[in-house]
Ligand binder design. Structure first.
Ligand code: ZN
Length: 447
């Protein structure tokens, strides 16, 4: 041990570390991991031992894609409810998306407004993405210096008028500006012309909605993004990949040194188009949930590293906006509290381990955002943990979710993996379905 004042030791027969899962004792001092020690190391005098038996000690999850919508659309969600749900689900760090709140995070003033709103409500550590819209190229560098982790843009309409998309020329301009100060551009990649030429049919049939958001829209947008990123040597990240057709070109771009990373989401990896009932718009999101064969290929992309991480894209709304018409219902899936068990249930079925899940849902998103204190159980990192009973199951009852609106595509599903407790900087913030008051901190880039 470092000689620091160890007050807490967490012990489990299954501690998920960057070097694999093993029995270990994790010594915590001042909210940080002081050392990862052999399982039977003696507990220092004055320190408390928490023994989790065979429950798995995971690094706290890092969810870099959450729409909190606060302030402005707090009837949809909010920092208090979102971060409480996250804590209950084993997430200890969240990055908020710049849109669907009013104001959107497109200027430093707007960022400060959001930080003020979030500070007293955050149950977990919380940071912010900025937004890149046609009118704010001059705001990008000041926002970066003010602590945003990077910038989100759309290439097709976002669904809210205060956050317009970028055309190809605007994309190149914003990307060049961001690359100029070493920033990261994260992109909702669907090409607007493919969306415009796809058949648009309203009604309750999921097949009609799926046809309105074709894979080609994603593929074309990603192809263009790769070209821009390669030419500008810019760092880009593809948000919520659904089309598995894009994987070969992404893999090729990575091999050629293009600085591109990719995320997918629990709903693309665990739900399929074939099973969406008519009118069930709690399954609507853009890009859409696709067919089973597509999902199988996405899992191959995860296994071979083409897809870097899994994040929720939690994008809730009020129940009344989830009308049974797929064309007009609000698009977005709520899963913040359920991402870990949803992904684990499918991952275990496909032969993956919790080491894989921890890499996809903690280490990789932390690395994406440059959160060097988060994402792993190793000395020097924050003492953020999720304690999971991986073989226990539960059936999703929306009434037990802490999301403000208890609409979820996972209702009634039986999932593996019960989060027994969540720890933030050495403090237990959630246990057995109850969450303590807000003690999260606001994070800024490079903090
Ligand atoms: Zn999103």
């Amino acid at each position: 041990m470092s000689g620091a004042d160890v007050k807490l030791v967490l012990r489990s027969t299954r501690v998920v570390t960057p070097g694999g899962t093993r029995p270990a004792a994790v010594a915590v001092a001042d909210g940080r991991i002081d050392a990862v020690l052999p399982y039977d190391t003696g507990v220092p005098a004055g320190a408390r031992l928490e023994d989790f038996g065979d429950d798995v000690l995971l690094p706290g999850l890092v969810d870099t894609h959450v729409h909190v919508n606060d302030p402005g659309r707090t009837e949809w969600e909010g920092f208090f409810t979102a971060t409480r749900a996250a804590a209950a689900g084993g997430i200890t760090t969240l990055l908020d998306m710049p849109l669907n709140s009013l104001p959107p995070t497109t200027t430093v003033d707007h960022l400060r407004t959001k930080q003020q709103v979030a500070a007293p409500k955050a149950h977990i550590d919380t940071g912010f993405w900025g937004g890149a819209i046609p009118s704010n190229v001059k705001d990008l560098r000041p926002l970066y210096e003010a602590g945003v982790f990077g910038f989100k843009c759309f290439l097709s309409p976002s669904g809210v008028e205060e956050f317009p998309e970028l055309d190809q020329e605007q994309l190149a301009r914003s990307m060049a500006e961001i690359a100029g100060f070493g920033g990261l551009l994260i992109v909702h990649a669907e090409d607007p012309s493919h969306l415009a030429s796809a058949p648009q049919r309203s009604g309750p049939a999921y097949a009609d909605f799926l046809a309105s958001r074709p894979r080609d829209a994603e593929n074309t947008a990603i192809e263009g993004l790769i070209a821009h990123a390669g030419r500008l040597n810019a760092r880009v990240h593809v948000l919520h990949l659904s089309s598995s057709d894009a994987l070969p070109m992404i893999a090729a771009a990575k091999r050629e040194g293009v600085r591109i990373t990719v995320e997918s989401c629990p709903h693309f990896l665990t739900l399929t188009a074939e099973e969406v009932p008519d009118g069930a718009t709690e399954f609507k999101c853009c890009p859409p949930i696709r067919e089973t064969a597509n999902q199988d290929t996405l899992w191959e992309g995860l296994a071979d590293g083409t897809i870097d991480c899994i994040v929720s894209d939690h994008s809730p709304c009020t129940t009344d906006l989830k009308t049974p018409d797929f064309a007009s219902a609000w698009g977005g899936i709520s899963s913040l509290q359920l991402g870990l068990p949803a992904v684990w249930t499918e991952a275990r079925k496909r032969g993956h381990s919790l080491d894989d899940v921890a890499r996809w849902m903690s280490a990789a998103p932390a690395e994406l955002a440059g959160l060097t204190r988060k994402g792993a159980i190793e000395a020097g990192r924050d003492a953020d943990f999720a304690v999971l009973a991986p073989d226990d199951t539960f059936t999703v009852d929306p009434a037990e979710l802490f999301h403000r609106n208890q609409v979820t595509a996972y209702a009634g599903r039986t999932l593996y993996g019960v989060v027994k407790s969540t720890w933030l900087r050495g403090e237990r913030i959630a246990a057995d379905g109850t969450v303590a008051g807000p003690t999260g901190r606001l994070l800024e880039r490079n903090q």
